[in-house]
Ligand binder design. Structure first.
Ligand code: FES
Length: 72
């Protein structure tokens, strides 16, 4: 399997690819229900957080698909 990666999608979720394990703050494994690609909610409005359920489209979430320059 390839090295894990996270892709930031414009106006959408964070896509995890590769061999990663998601755990809660107590170390309990969270089963994403799939193996290859996992979408993590970035808009905060999903009803199945930490996973994306597509609500970002409904609320017209806007965010860049790259690094914001708020640090400068
Ligand atoms: S990013 Fe998709 S529901 Fe939040």
């Amino acid at each position: 399997m390839s090295d894990p990666s996270i892709t930031v999608y414009r106006d959408g979720p964070l896509m995890l690819r590769g061999d990663v394990q998601i755990v809660d703050q107590d170390g309990n494994v969270i089963d994403p229900g799939r193996e290859k690609t996992i979408a993590l909610c970035r808009c905060g409005k999903s009803r199945m957080r930490p996973f994306c359920d597509g609500t970002h489209n409904v609320i017209r979430f806007r965010a860049p698909g790259a690094l914001e320059n708020g640090r400068e």
